[in-house]
Design a protein around this ligand. Structure first.
Ligand SMILES: [Zn+2]
Length: 121
């Protein structure tokens, strides 16, 4: 897929939304298709963070291969990974400064999971 293609992006947004609805974790091969020489870097990482990730706020989203495509030797992957790390760092520091709705939901889920673990013991 190409995140700069509005149709592709809309389709993947629906997939993320559905996975979230069913509480399914997501593993993303975020790197653009190498064979088709699709653009990849900060711009595409921002599209991922701003337009796809918000569709799955309640599940784990794992970015495969450190945002790369298997190997780890290209500056585009560095740029994309840096963008993801910065976004995560900012999100976590603001969570600590002022508890957000997201932080509250995480705590609720943790309590729910602990309740389940207790019920299973
Ligand atoms: Zn893989």
């Amino acid at each position: 897929m190409n995140v700069e293609n509005a149709d592709h992006l809309a389709r993947v947004r629906r997939v993320f939304h559905a996975a979230n609805e069913y509480r399914m974790a997501i593993v993303v091969h975020m790197h653009a298709n190498v064979d088709h020489h699709r653009p990849y870097g900060t711009r595409e990482a921002k599209i991922f963070l701003e337009q796809l990730l918000p569709e799955a706020p309640d599940v784990v989203v794992q970015i495969a291969h450190l945002a790369g495509s298997g190997g780890y030797a290209d500056p585009e992957t560095d740029a994309a990974l840096f963008c993801v790390c910065e976004s995560s760092r900012k999100a976590h520091s603001s969570d600590r400064d002022q508890p957000s709705a997201l932080w509250e939901r995480r705590r609720d889920r943790q309590q729910l999971a602990e309740g389940r673990a207790t019920a299973m013991a």
